[in-house]
Write a protein that binds this ligand. Structure first.
Ligand SMILES: [Mg+2]
Length: 174
């Protein structure tokens, strides 16, 4: 069976805009009404869909931190999946890095690999935080980093850097 290729997308800051708090750290929106798509994303998914599976891979610890309801989070994710016509979504609700699925751990990517028979070396992970880069590195995907200059250390070196999201189309052979 021929192996498939996928683009993994982080959610906050990549598919949808992520608000930043007063310390310049990104946050997750709380309600579906707050969804604002990142500029260019609809064109990007349309273009990449021809050759790649499109999969969202997101940490959403707000429920376990008592900062949002599971219902709200699921509603947001369902709307994004539908609006952008994604092939699949993987969500980790854990707040503890011991979880093998919580990025930077690669569990969600490995689940997708198994389900879709992916060749991870031909896959890309687009993210805006060090956790995304870690998950890409640990799974063997190529990482594309959109740097918003958040107030946090970037603990892994990305394979590619972009200044705006549409820049990914120059990197990925679509
Ligand atoms: Mg993000």
């Amino acid at each position: 069976m021929v192996k498939k290729k996928a683009i993994f997308f982080d959610r906050d800051g990549i598919l949808i805009k992520a608000p930043v708090d007063k310390d310049n750290k990104p946050k997750s929106i709380k309600k579906v009404e707050e969804i604002q798509y990142v500029r260019g994303i609809k064109k990007i998914v349309k273009k990449l869909k021809k050759k790649y599976l499109l999969i969202m891979v997101t940490n959403q610890p707000d429920f376990k931190r008592n900062e949002n309801t599971l219902k709200n989070i699921k509603q947001i994710n369902r709307k994004i999946e539908k609006d952008l016509v994604l092939d699949d979504i993987y969500v980790c609700y854990c707040k503890n890095d011991k979880c093998k699925n919580r990025k930077p751990n690669p569990g969600m990517i490995f689940m997708a690999k198994k389900k879709y028979n992916l060749d991870l070396n031909s896959c890309y992970f687009i993210g805006d935080r060090w956790r995304d880069l870690g998950a890409a590195k640990k799974s063997g995907c190529k990482s594309i980093f959109l740097d918003y200059d958040y107030n946090e250390k970037v603990l892994y070196k990305p394979d590619f850097m972009i200044k705006n999201l549409v820049g990914c189309l120059k990197i990925i052979n679509a």
